[in-house]
Structures are given as C-alpha cells and as structure tokens.
Design a protein around this ligand. Structure first.
Ligand code: HEM
Length: 323
C-alpha cells in the first residue's frame, strides 16, 4: 500500500513543491497527490464506513460512551484476526508442520498480549461516568460476543450451554453450533502428536472423551518424554509451549478483565444478567490444554544427551518456521 508506483516517479519529483518537500525532510522523493482513480488508503481500508459505525445509545451522547464502543469494536476486529490465525495454525498441524503452526500461534499470542493490556484503557472511565450511560446498553454484554465464544470453542473450550443464550437469534446460534462441531486446536494437536508416533490414546482426539480421567492420564503420560527431553522432539515441544502461552494469555485476559470490571462496577449484576464479578471469577480456571499444564507436575530430570531424534523427522532444527 505504501509503495510508490514507478511510472509516476519522475512526475512526482518534478511536480513536488519545495514546501511539500520540506515536510519530507527536503527529500527529492515525496508522496504525490492521489489521482481520482487511484486506490487510496481510505478506499482500501473502508475508513469512512469504519468510522461511521460508532453510534452511542445515550442522548445526548455521554463523552465516555465513544471509548466504550470503540474499545469493544477494536476487540471484535482482533477477535476476527485471532480466529483467522488459529485456523491457519490448525491447518498446519493437520499437515504435520509443527513449526509453521507455531508461527501462526505465536502471532495469536502477540494479539492476546495486546488484548490483555488493552482492557485497562476502560479503567480511565470513572465508575460514576459509566453509570450515566450503562443502562442504555442493557441487556447487551460482552457475554454475547459470538467471536469470543468461537475463540473458546476453537481453542477446545467447547461448552455447548453457551449456545442456549442465543436461542432467540437462530443465525448466531447456528454459527456457534457449527463451530462446536468443527475440529478445535486441542483435537488438531492430539491428532498431530499421535501421527508423530507419541502414545496418546485415540480418545484424546474426541472432545466428548478426552477429559475422562483414564484417557486424560494416558495423554499426559504420552507427553512426559517430550517434556523430559525437549531436544528429542524440539518442534513438537515448541508448538506445545506456544499452545501453553496462548492458554496463559487467555486466562490473563480473564483475570485482567474481571479486575477492571470490579474496579468499574464493583459487585453489581452484569448487563448480560450474570452475577458479574462472581461469574467472571468462576471462568478464570478454564484451561484449553489441561494435559499440557498437567504434564509439568510429574516430570523428573532427564540426563539424556541432546537430540535423540525427533518423531516428526527433524534432526537438529532451527527455531524459525520452516516449510
Ligand atoms: C467497563 C468495562 C466493562 C465492564 C463493566 C464489563 C462487565 C462485564 C460483565 C459484568 C460480564 C459478565 C456477563 C454479564 O452479566 O454481563 C462481562 C463479560 C464479558 N465481557 Fe466485559 N466488561 C467491560 C469491558 C469489556 C471489554 C472492553 C470487552 C472486550 C471485548 C469485554 C468482553 C467481555 C466478554 C468476552 C465477556 C464474556 C466472558 C465470559 O463469559 O467468559 N468486556 N463483562
């Protein structure tokens, strides 16, 4: 988007006024006025449409409602990208490319990191100011964020009860039900581990069976060698750790969000109808990859030499994504 078009280059230099050149450090090379048929930044990004989407419910609009709308919209945009990147990571897992999958997971982790810090912007809103427009939002709530639920479902946190809250919106309910039916990161991960030769039980790929203690314990046991001797399966180990980072940041988001909520509304009931802070705290212990958290507990020190060979066929591998 920022590249200069070569056929216009000489015209640009000739026509640029000295005062314009000063803006660009007196360079001979400077941006030129766009031609009416050119694709512009605003056109490409549909900026006008984007900026027309902030519609306060309070009238006259309370100053802080703009912050409230924009921060939620910004989250929804990042949620969209997260779903996009998570899907890509799953596709590479399905194709047996742990490092390429990790590349997209790491991008997801960076997005999550941003989402964790971003929540604190709403703390600049005084509790009393929120009270001025909060009642206009009812019963809307982040609880109804379809994309947030999709992220949970896609990670493997498949709780079908959440779809029932959308029974009066069949379109959204079917969107969520479709996501429930699809593979999730946890399934894609266990399938890849099994294809790599690790002794995870087949049930580890089944969302309805993987948490049954017998199968869960087998999965944890199968991961012990990878964690006791990471160099032996380095790409797999690195992918597992990226999944843990993803899960960690999802939990951190929950923790930061609930602290912000208690700071702004205390122990009031949520606009979505939940108990508010108490409900949010009850979600804090969710883990998308519980076996990867559990495996740490029973590890013993490995005295094996480096690189015993890798189930995915990698020898000494670089830490960079590969084809
Ligand atoms: C002043 C700021 C905020 C307050 C007071 C607040 C309050 C709440 C409350 C009370 C709930 C529980 C559900 C309910 O009964 O409504 C909730 C859930 C939720 N909120 Fe917020 N929130 C705030 C900002 C945000 C922001 C900026 C986002 C970004 C998208 C967000 C996303 C969510 C999500 C995804 C849930 C569902 C969490 C779950 O069910 O695990 N919230 N919020």
């Amino acid at each position: 988007m920022g590249e200069k078009r070569s056929d216009d280059a000489s015209a640009t230099q000739a026509s640029t006024e000295p005062s314009e050149r000063q803006i660009y450090g007196n360079s001979e090379i400077a941006p030129q006025a766009v031609k009416s048929q050119d694709l512009t930044y605003n056109d490409y990004l549909e900026v006008e449409a984007l900026l027309s989407l902030q519609k306060p419910q309070s009238d006259p609009a309370h100053h802080d409602e703009m912050l409230f709308i924009i921060i939620h919209q910004a989250y929804e945009l990042w949620f969209k990208l997260l779903l996009h990147e998570m899907q890509r990571a799953m596709d590479f897992m399905a194709d047996g490319h742990p490092l390429r999958a990790r590349h997209f997971l790491n991008r997801s982790v960076e997005i999550m990191r941003l989402l964790v810090s971003q929540i604190h912007i709403v703390e600049t809103m005084r509790p009393v100011d929120f009270l001025h427009f909060r009642h206009h939002l009812m019963p809307a709530s982040g609880f109804q964020s379809v994309q947030f639920r999709e992220i949970e479902f896609m990670a493997g946190l498949k709780d079908a009860r959440y779809t029932t809250f959308f029974r009066n919106r069949p379109d959204l309910k079917s969107q969520l039900e479709a996501r429930l039916e699809k593979d999730d990161l946890r399934t894609a991960w266990s399938r890849m581990m099994r294809k790599a030769g690790l002794a995870l039980p087949p049930e580890s790929e089944d969302p309805h069976k993987r948490d049954i203690p017998e199968f869960f314990d087998q999965t944890v046991a199968a991961m012990v060698p990878v964690y006791e001797n990471p160099e032996s399966s380095l790409p797999l180990y690195m992918l597992c750790e990226s999944l843990i980072s993803f899960d960690e940041y999802l939990s951190l988001w929950r923790e930061h969000h609930v602290r912000v909520v208690s700071r702004v509304i205390g122990w009031r009931q949520g606009t979505g109808g939940s108990a508010g802070v108490d409900y949010l705290r009850s979600t804090a212990s969710k883990q998308a990859f519980p076996e990867l958290w559990a495996v740490r507990t029973g590890l013993t020190r490995s005295d094996q030499p480096l690189s015993q060979g890798c189930p995915m066929g990698y020898g000494q591998v670089s830490t960079e994504p590969q084809d």
